[in-house]
Each structure stands twice: as structure tokens, then as C-alpha cells.
Design a protein around this ligand. Structure first.
Ligand code: ZN
Length: 285
């Protein structure tokens, strides 16, 4: 495939917008490597698609411990004891399986980019904690939808690690309570009927505004307000690349869209981009 003029380094304003992106197959991974190599402030935006290769099904898909049962709403946690008991029962039997899931080549490639100094941070829609488990600096990961690996007190706000609550769940029956104030505990994920918390969104917007390359991986970009973040990055002058199996509403803004497996594509592209580094240093003196 012809790489086209929109992959050459460009000054601000020179960049093509609202034109068709280059849609590359997985085998055209060198196009992505070129964008990664040119960028110094990459921000990745990840959705369910980066974790399917770790065995976590897309939450909209059928089956799996992450999607069985109806997730409780905030109202359920506040007022419906039966729904809470059902929730804790699912955690009692399913959490260890969730906690055993391992990150894949995609998560590890982002860690490599971070350690090379090119990745500012990761904004994720996932609650699985796999970026941190792969070695990402937790301070550089923004979890827009919270995390499955913590629970929080509805009364005093104390956050408890899921492993601690799990030990309690496995020792006894019923519903765990806050050990500080006796309050009701809730999942630390964003619940149905609950607005996205302000602080992670604020940090995500700051990342998007600082990026020189926004890399969308495995997100259909339909859940708002998160789906606007790549748009914010583009408006602030960033390039936009996507690795997705399906098209998204923002594809037409992208410089490059790669259709393929997130993990394999990203791992190969990152390897190439970092291997070019010595040549680039030599070329620029
Ligand atoms: Zn409490």
C-alpha cells in the first residue's frame, strides 16, 4: 500500500483533516510504526478490544465472568439489599478468575513505549487493570470507568483493595461492610445510571490536549463522553491512529486506521519503531 503524503512529518496546519484515512491491513504495520517513531508524546486510548486477546470478552458480548448477570445500578447499591447480595455472591465465586487474567502483547507494547519516554499515558475504558499489571506506571493510567480491583465505601469513601475484600468474602457469607464506618460497600467501577467521575475525565482531557499522537486501540468510540477524547486531541494538533476490528464514527479524522488484532499489531509496530531509534538519532545528529 502507498503510504501517502499524510504520513510524512508535517507542520501544524499542514495536516490533512476530514479526508479519508489510510485503512491498512495488519500486514501494513510499518505505517503505524512510522507514526509511533515520529511521535514524542503518545497518548493511548484503549477499549475492550485490547483485552479480548487476554481472554476477556467484550462486555457487550455473551458469556464470561465479566459479563454474567445484570450489573447492579447505583440505586441497587443504595437501596436494594437483594441485588447487593447477588453482586457479592458473583464476586465471591468469580473474582479470582478475573484477577488471574494476564496482560497481552498490546499492553506490554504500551509499557515499552512508556519506558522509552514516548508514551505520556493511557486513557482506558477498561476496568480490568491489565495496563498496570503489564507494568504501566499507575499514575499514567486514567481509568474512565473505574476498576474491578477495588471497592469503595458509600458513606466515608474509603477504598479497599479487592483482594482484601475477597479474603473476607471467602471466609464468610453475606455482605461485606466498611471496616472504618460500617457503611455499605460498592463496586469501584462506574455503574449504570451513574455519571462518569469528573477527576478521571479531567485528567483524560489534559492527556488528550498534550498528545502529539492519539492511538486508539480496540474501542468502538461510541460511549460518551469518552469518545470525544480523540476529537479533543485532533483539535489540539495531534495525529490520530487507530487499531480496531470495526469502524468508528471518528475513522474519517484518522491519519491511519489499522484493521487487525490489537495485541499483535501494536507489539510489532512498537518493536519496529523502537528499533529505528538509533538511526533517527544518527540522522538528526
Ligand atoms: Zn466507610
Amino acid at each position: 500500500m502507498n503510504s501517502g503524503s499524510n504520513l510524512t512529518p508535517s507542520a501544524a496546519g499542514e495536516r490533512r483533516q476530514y479526508a479519508d484515512p489510510i485503512v491498512a491491513a495488519e500486514s501494513d504495520v510499518d505505517l503505524l510504526a512510522g507514526l509511533l517513531a515520529d511521535a514524542g508524546r503518545i497518548v493511548s486510548f484503549t477499549g475492550a478490544g485490547i483485552s479480548t486477546e487476554s481472554g476477556i470478552p467484550d462486555y457487550r458480548g455473551p458469556g464470561g465472568v465479566w459479563s454474567t448477570g445484570k450489573p447492579p445500578t447505583l440505586d441497587d447499591f443504595l437501596t436494594n439489599e437483594a441485588a447487593r447480595l447477588e453482586y457479592w455472591e458473583r464476586r465471591r465465586t468469580g473474582y479470582r478468575q478475573m484477577a488471574a487474567v494476564e496482560p497481552n502483547g498490546g499492553h506490554r507494547a504500551l509499557v515499552e513505549l512508556e519506558r522509552s519516554g514516548r508514551l505520556l499515558g493511557t486513557i482506558t475504558q477498561n476496568i480490568d487493570g491489565l495496563h498496570q499489571k503489564a507494568g504501566a506506571d499507575p499514575d499514567r493510567v486514567v481509568e474512565l470507568h473505574g476498576t474491578a480491583h477495588a471497592v469503595r465505601c458509600l458513606s466515608c469513601g474509603t477504598v479497599w483493595p479487592a483482594s482484601e475484600i475477597q479474603e473476607w468474602l471467602e471466609r464468610t457469607t453475606g455482605e461485606p461492610r466498611c471496616q472504618v464506618c460500617g457503611g455499605i460497600l460498592r463496586s469501584a467501577t462506574v455503574l449504570f445510571g451513574e455519571a462518569m467521575p469528573v477527576e478521571p475525565l479531567r485528567r483524560a482531557i489534559a492527556f488528550a490536549q498534550e498528545a502529539d499522537l492519539m492511538l486508539v486501540i480496540g474501542s468502538s468510540l461510541v460511549v460518551q463522553p469518552a469518545a470525544r477524547l480523540p476529537l479533543i486531541a485532533v483539535r489540539a494538533g495531534a495525529r490520530l491512529a487507530m487499531i480496531n476490528r470495526e469502524s468508528t464514527p471518528l475513522d474519517r479524522l484518522a491519519d491511519l486506521v489499522v484493521r487487525g488484532d490489537a495485541g499483535r499489531t501494536l507489539a510489532t509496530a512498537t518493536g519496529l519503531a523502537l528499533a529505528w531509534e538509533p538511526f533517527r538519532s544518527y540522522a538528526t545528529g
